[in-house]
Write a protein that binds this ligand. Structure first.
Ligand SMILES: [Zn+2]
Ligand SMILES: [Zn+2]
Length: 453
């Protein structure tokens, strides 16, 4: 494998997206890489050194408190960051070949980089963690305030039920990303202890490690059209919302203006997040392909292959879980949004009101809501590549079955048994869940609705 040191920085658009969505937290992002197995061994050794017990290892000394995501979540000393920045060439990954695969680029070459060589050091300055938390808290706070305002004006008013449901669906959809991002900060603050390993996928270290497989210094990021859509579509929605709420109505208040701003901001954060999900999904597809080739080439070296497999399994588990949580929350909300909007449109058509200026405004509001719902569905589905990231893993497993050869039967059996063992058995996004939302919706008794917003 070649070792090659390119000094080109990565395109800064992704750092911008990470900054906006409040992802930066750890001061140090890039460090010496160890594969999961080596990191575990290293951890056990450290524990041994830290304990005063210098006697021979007793069976009880084997440490099981190692946390699988600690390479992303634990704090490293700042000093080691300096060392790594000064002479990265002297870094050796001891003798483990699996550790070297942690530096793979798109073609499976070992390309080492530092924070300054990829250009992230300008964006992740001291105090970035505070800025991220401020961004996230402000966004969530403004969304809650907006929700409170909606409840005050529409709750308990049977005629406004439809509008309440529709707007609540929108607010909940855009608040998912800030809430997920904030939980990720919380997990990092506790060094990744406890449940919720999905939150590790929204961690700057994790994301940088995903991006290296895309070779961004050479080729830029894939999906440039998708990137433009992720940035422009939310802005378009926000501008349209401003036009409808502030431009068309004749009584604007500061609260209306604020609600437009917060809606725009939240949608923009959402767009950035979806683009990052897309990049991570693409990078996993590249990495799994490389791993397949590696497993075939290294046939017979079961221990090495298993180390590589362990690392990628754990990474993918975090990502897949993260996507599932996002989708589980968003799909029912989108269904709710669609059903309420359709009902509203139906009632609007059914009213015998004369075509007036007010009715014209309603048409614009209707277009605005469709524009937003279609954005949430289309961009989300493209980013994940469906409604779930499960298909990527299934393809990987299937390929392993196809790759196995008869003369290395035990090697492949071992790997397949491992994959079967770690297979997640939790159900994916189920249609029963979607149906239950429709059921809930049907159960709500609509009286005569006030169709005019
Ligand atoms: Zn090692
Ligand atoms: Zn290793």
């Amino acid at each position: 494998m070649l070792t090659d040191n390119t000094e080109q920085t990565w395109p800064p658009i992704v750092w911008f997206a990470m900054k906006i969505s409040g992802i930066f937290y750890h001061q140090q992002i890039v460090r010496q890489r160890r594969c999961l197995s080596c990191d575990m061994e290293h951890f056990a050794k450290q524990q041994k050194i830290n304990s005063d017990d210098t006697n021979a290892l007793r069976p009880i000394d084997v440490d099981i408190t190692y946390n699988l995501t600690s390479q992303y979540e634990s704090n490293f000393s700042y000093k080691s960051a300096r060392e790594l920045g000064n002479d990265k060439r002297s870094q050796d990954d001891d003798t483990c070949d699996a550790c070297k695969t942690c530096w793979w680029n798109k073609d499976g070459n070992v390309v080492r980089y530092t924070e300054s060589s990829i250009g992230v050091s300008h964006w992740n300055h001291p105090g970035s963690w505070l800025l991220s938390i401020i961004i996230l808290f402000t966004t969530i706070g403004l969304l809650i305030n907006e929700f409170r305002r909606t409840i005050n004006t529409k709750f308990g008013n049977p005629k406004k039920l439809l509008h309440l449901l529709s707007y609540t669906a929108f607010l909940c959809t855009v608040s998912i990303v800030p809430i997920m991002s904030l939980s990720s900060k919380l997990r990092s603050a506790f060094s990744g202890r406890g449940p919720g390993s999905w939150a590790t996928a929204i961690n700057a270290r994790f994301i940088v490690r995903r991006l290296q497989f895309l070779d961004p210094a050479k080729n830029g990021y894939p999906g440039k059209i998708f990137l433009v859509a992720c940035l422009v579509w939310p802005v378009l929605c926000a501008v349209f919302r401003c036009y409808v709420i502030l431009g068309l109505s004749n009584k604007q208040t500061t609260e209306d203006a604020l609600s437009c701003i917060i809606a725009g901001l939240a949608q923009f954060i959402w767009g950035c997040f979806v683009f990052l999900i897309y990049l991570m999904r693409r990078s996993f597809q590249i990495q799994l392909d490389l791993v397949l080739r590696f497993l075939k080439t290294m046939e017979g070296q079961t221990e090495l292959c298993q180390r590589v497999l362990r690392q990628v399994t754990e990474d993918f588990r975090c990502f897949r879980h993260c996507v599932r949580i996002y989708m589980t929350a968003v799909i029912p909300l989108c269904v709710l949004g669609i059903t309420t909007n359709l009902t509203w449109q139906y009632m609007l058509h059914a009213t015998d009101a004369k075509p007036s200026e007010s009715l014209n405004t309603q048409k614009y509001i209707n277009i605005m809501i469709w524009l937003e719902i279609s954005m949430f569905i289309c961009l989300g589905a493209v980013a994940v590549g469906g409604i779930d990231a499960k298909h990527i893993w299934e393809m990987f497993q299937l390929s392993i079955y196809c790759l196995q050869s008869s003369h290395q039967r035990s090697h492949w059996n071992y790997l397949i048994r491992y994959l079967k063992h770690v297979e997640e058995r939790t159900p994916a996004v189920s249609f029963s869940m979607i149906l239950s939302v429709v059921g809930f919706y049907m159960a709500v008794q609509f009286g005569k609705q006030d169709v005019i917003y």
